[in-house]
Design a protein around this ligand. Structure first.
Ligand code: FAD
Length: 469
């Protein structure tokens, strides 16, 4: 079919205004939060599940690829449209359909922004824990497709732990519903888990039922400064071994703190090599104070030079705002940054930090480290300039060495950002050839024509040697 005929057919499904073909629109939808770029054939913006299914049927008939897209904040290239894809943007599907207080569940369309959902459920005394730092710039559909995490995952788990049911449009346009509001459900294969974290490669998610919790009444925050980053890492391990389960333990190294201070001064301890930021939450205030006192004792025993408990909500919020400012603060330092997302067992954090610092030194690069240290998920960010090929060759080597170090320590390529384009060449290194072959068979069974989000997750021939940035 001619492109003009295809556009006319898509317009007849979603309305003329909701098919974008202008150059400036195609450019805007060529990116996500990485530096990858590829223009789509067109952008189509449905409002209902029936429209999504109709778009899938046209794509299947015409053998045209589809790339689902929510807010485009992804950090692994997942929503960058390859192979002349149509972008299937779900942001008009942005209604909270139900907040069910009896069953502690929310039913939402995929375009609901995470922060909007948090606000809506908290107004009813309920709580949706997954809190990516991008909570104001990402939508639940994107969060589910990436199985997003955040600072509160240490205590509460990741997005997938809250997915109770999904409605999914399969590649050829069939609509399936899997799961429900019940607490227990072991009927058949867990298809909710299959589509969660599939990065849009198996179908388009059109409705999500999320589990909610009662909102904890109190949240307390503390920070600790360390002369040696390795002492901060040892503190994280000791807190876990002491039987404490804080809501969050976040790490910032000195370069990260300096960049944040330049962007938005927050009084971070710049003379220290690292700081940890702790949160504890619950309904019994004295026990939270007890937990913080124990955390302080452990931190000091491991070399913390200063420990401060936020005196009130404003002081606490200022510290968390500083944490959320890290990405934009680092982005200002050099023309580009490559954000990594490796995850290692808690016992290996010290070794991972040491490895990253050695990799930075060996490759003459600045690689600030921050991340969700409590659950072993670190974000080494390689600062660079893509216009400098010699520097980019070193960046590529460093990125590869970081992946290899994480896997060698019993960790993984991605704790929360997904594989997308960025890490696909390393999939076999991480999961092994048999598991990768099984993943390919699942992909082929669900999407035999390869219509959904082509070029993602699965490596091109050549493995790590074919890694390109
Ligand atoms: C400053 C900043 C901070 C961040 N902090 C965090 C963090 O703390 N934790 C974290 O986990 N991530 C973080 N991220 C990464 C990103 O925000 C998350 O991956 C987020 O889940 C992406 O959501 P999105 O709505 O932007 O999705 P998009 O980027 O649009 O899409 C992401 C993937 O989901 C697929 N997809 C989107 N919608 C659907 C759908 N309806 N059906 C099927 N597939 C779909 C896309 O094809 C793509 O593969 C951060 C990003 C930035 C820029």
């Amino acid at each position: 079919m001619e492109r003009s005929g295809l556009i006319t057919e898509l317009q007849s499904i979603v309305g003329e205004r909701h098919v974008l073909t202008a150059d400036e629109d195609l450019l805007a939808y060529a990116y996500d939060g990485t530096w990858y770029q590829s223009r789509p054939l067109a952008v189509v913006l449905p409002e209902t599940t029936a429209q999504v299914a109709a778009i899938h049927r046209v794509a299947t008939r015409e053998r045209i690829a589809l790339t689902p897209r929510a807010m485009g904040s992804g950090l692994s290239g997942g929503s960058v449209p390859l192979a002349g894809s149509l972008v299937l943007g779900i942001m008009r599907m942005n209604r909270i359909l139900e907040i069910d207080e009896v069953n502690a569940a929310a039913v939402v369309q995929p375009g609901v922004v995470n922060a909007d959902l948090q606000r809506a459920v908290e107004a009813r005394g309920l709580f949706y824990p997954p809190d990516p730092s991008s909570l104001k710039q990402s939508a639940i559909g994107g969060n589910v497709a990436e199985n997003a995490g955040g600072a509160r995952c240490l205590k509460y788990g990741v997005t997938g732990d809250y997915v109770a049911a999904l409605e999914v449009v399969l590649p050829a346009g069939e609509i399936i519903r899997t799961g429900g509001k019940m607490v227990k459900n072991v009927t058949g294969y867990n298809l909710r888990a299959l589509f969660t974290g599939a990065e849009g490669t198996l179908g388009t998610i059109t409705e999500i039922t999320l589990r909610l919790l009662p909102k904890p009444r109190f949240l307390k925050t503390a920070s600790a400064a360390f002369e040696r980053i390795e002492d901060a890492a040892a503190t994280v391990v000791a807190i876990g071994s002491a039987g404490l389960l804080p809501t969050s333990i976040e790490l910032m190294d000195r370069t990260t703190m300096r960049c944040v201070e330049e962007l938005q001064p927050a009084g971070l301890p710049l003379l220290s090599e690292a700081m940890l930021l702790f949160a504890v939450d619950g309904n019994h205030e004295p026990s939270l104070d007890g937990d913080l006192a124990e955390i302080e004792r452990i931190a000091r025993a491991h070399g913390a030079t200063a420990v401060q408990v936020a005196a009130n909500a404003a002081e606490s919020e200022a510290l968390w705002n500083a944490r959320r400012a890290i990405s934009p603060a680092l982005a200002r330092q050099r023309p580009h940054k490559l954000g990594e997302d490796i995850s290692v067992p808690r016992s290996e954090i010290v070794h991972m930090i040491r490895a990253v610092n050695e990799i930075a030194e060996r490759n003459r690069l600045t690689i600030p480290i921050f991340g969700h240290a409590g659950d072993g998920n670190l974000h080494p960010n390689i600062l660079c300039d893509r216009a400098n090929p010699e520097e980019m060759a070193r960046v590529k080597t460093a990125a590869r060495e970081i992946f290899e170090a994480a896997v060698a320590l019993g960790g993984t390529l991605s704790g929360e950002h997904g594989i997308g384009l960025l890490k696909k060449q390393f999939m076999e290194l991480d999961v092994g050839s048999d598991a990768l072959a099984l993943m390919r068979r699942i992909k082929d069974a669900v999407d035999p024509l390869g219509i959904m989000n082509p070029g993602k997750i699965f490596p091109e021939p050549g493995g790590p040697d074919a890694f390109c940035l």
